[in-house]
Design a protein around this ligand. Structure first.
Ligand SMILES: *Cc1c(COP(=O)(O)O)cnc(C)c1O
Length: 534
């Protein structure tokens, strides 16, 4: 492809993306395809001859888009959001366009230095302790990892190597193998699956401590687990606290966990993947408590910031501990300034050697929005969740399961678990909105999360109409089913007791269908209002 064709193709692709976003509300949020839909439409062999970009772009529209779950649709309310914005997309286009691999400073000074700058910007925006800033010129600093999973794994492996060194120095009679076999880590049973996985990958089993109904993992629980493990001869190496757990967005008590960790030389990592954005708002200043005592911290810009995947900020209190553990030297990786400046070679802070220029999309997005724009991005999602919460509170058929936290509302249909599960099944089959369920204290509940690139109030109204009208439909159908059962029973009774004079009178099915028709036409009128949401 020559540069002129690239210009045409690139511009057409940008138009295509803009059209996609402008019309995203027209699509069902979930796709209507069956497994194999794409495999069956594509050739089995790589095409022998070159094809035109026009044809390829057309196929993206015709074949790829129908198989997408629209994560950036404002009707997506599952999991947690994945951030996105036009400036972030353009920033990443530029990074792809420049295509550099910045594993050490010389391999692209701009890549390393811009990353240091934006990580310091973000640390200050979050008012993190100064020892996490590169500009403090201490051993601390920030790096962009691909995902929270990677950041946690790096922390687990660094903690593991630290523990091995420490114990070996104190008890030289123990072999390294003996020490490694005794290491153990801790997190709450509410923590993300990636924590347990990091323990498996990092050969450091993570004990998931069961928390009580408050869902808060605190120092008391950690101290008890540590005591039990020490008695068994195990060596506690890391504790991973969560700010904003995946189920209900609960927060662990970092201050009290830190006290136990300091006493036992345990590495304390905080996974703030989603809710870390709260640190940007003064209303949530109390969440900073204890952060001055943690060894490392991760926050996913690609969740609650207008920056798209993959982009996880990770801060280290003492990067030497990681560099010590992970440094592997080769003559071809050396450069003139290596180890002579305060500028890190980020290859030592991460799992792969190569690294993308992720700082560019962050820089473009941050500059385009400004600090106040970023705060407003976060506040808007909180306000919209509050709007949804008000709807739940105003409808006596529903109840909240936990306190609303950031952009997450946990709610359920009052009564048995089947009602919430059945409601979710219907909503998912209809594909107008997408939520997932979770369980708390044996109760199944639905998680409503404000997601999408540009959610608005009318999107929340649309979601609520969909939810409450489907519940009405479900309840009226159950009513019909009940009546049918009783009519059947009545018939049986009639047959058994032919001689009995009076048969109980039952409602005809049609009466109830009449009601649901009325409901759905009512819904149609209100849906008309939501359709204006553009
Ligand atoms: C989403 C999430 C993760 C996983 O994030 P990835 O970047 O996909 O690895 C981990 N922890 C918490 C609390 C999360 O919300």
């Amino acid at each position: 492809m020559d540069a002129d064709t690239f210009r045409e193709f690139g511009k057409a692709a940008v138009d295509f993306i803009a059209d996609y976003y402008e019309n995203i509300r027209d699509c069902d949020v979930l796709p209507s395809v069956a497994p194999g839909y794409l495999i069956n439409q594509l050739p089995k062999e790589l095409p022998e001859n070159p094809q035109q970009w026009q044809e390829i772009l057309q196929d993206v529209s015709k074949l790829i888009v129908p198989g997408l779950t629209h994560w950036q649709s404002p009707n997506f309310h599952a999991f947690y959001p994945t951030g996105c914005s036009y400036p972030s997309i353009v920033g990443d286009m530029l990074a792809s366009g420049l295509s550099v691999i910045g594993f050490n400073w010389l391999c692209s000074p701009a890549s390393t230095e811009l990353e240091m700058v934006v990580m310091d910007w973000l640390a200050k925006f979050f008012k993190l302790p100064a020892h996490f800033l590169h500009s403090t010129k201490g051993p601390g600093g920030g790096i962009i990892q691909g995902s929270a999973s990677e950041a946690v794994l790096v922390a687990v492996m660094a903690a593991r190597e630290q523990a091995v060194r420490r114990v070996k120095a104190a008890q030289p009679e123990l072999s390294e193998g003996e020490i490694r076999a005794r290491l153990v880590g801790y997190s709450s049973d509410q923590s993300n699956s990636c924590i347990e996985k990091a323990g498996i990958l990092g050969t450091l089993p993570i004990r998931l401590v069961a928390v009580d109904d408050s869902l808060v993992f605190s120092g008391t629980q950690l101290a008890k687990a540590v005591k039990e493990d020490l008695a068994k001869g195990l060596i506690p190496a890391i504790c991973i606290a969560t700010m904003g757990a995946t189920g209900t967005c609960s927060y662990d008590d970092i201050e009290s966990l830190a006290t136990v960790c300091e006493e036992h030389n345990i590495w304390l990592h905080v996974d703030a993947a989603y809710a870390g954005c709260a640190l940007a708002l003064d209303d949530y200043a109390h969440l900073r408590q204890g952060l001055d005592r943690v060894d490392s911290l991760n926050y996913n810009l690609h969740k609650s910031m207008p920056v798209h995947f993959d982009c996880t900020a990770m801060w280290l209190r003492d990067s030497h501990k990681i560099v010590e553990s992970f440094t592997v030297e080769r003559i071809y990786l050396q450069h003139k300034y290596e180890g002579q400046t305060d500028i890190p070679d980020f290859r030592h802070w991460q799992i792969p050697l190569g690294r993308r220029f992720r700082a560019l999309k962050v820089w473009v997005a941050f500059r385009t929005l400004g600090a106040e724009g970023l705060r407003e991005h976060i506040r808007l999602r909180i306000r919209l969740a509050e709007r949804f919460e008000q709807y739940v509170l105003a409808d006596s058929r529903f109840e909240l399961v936990a306190k609303r936290a950031m952009g997450l509302v946990c709610f359920r249909v009052k009564g048995g678990n089947e009602l919430s599960t059945e409601l979710l099944k219907r909503l998912t089959d209809r594909k107008k909105i997408y939520m997932v369920q979770a369980i708390f204290q044996g109760k199944t509940f639905l998680r409503f999360v404000v997601c999408g690139m540009e959610p608005k109030e009318c999107d929340i109204d649309f979601a609520w109409q969909e939810i409450e009208s489907q519940l009405s439909q479900l309840l009226s159908e159950q009513e019909v089913a009940k009546l049918e059962v009783s009519s059947l029973e009545a018939k049986k009774a009639e047959e058994c007791h032919k001689e009995s004079v009076k048969v109980p009178q039952v409602h005809r099915k049609d009466d109830v269908v009449g009601i649901s028709q009325q409901l759905s036409s009512g819904l149609h009128i209100s849906l008309g209002a939501a359709e204006k949401c553009k």
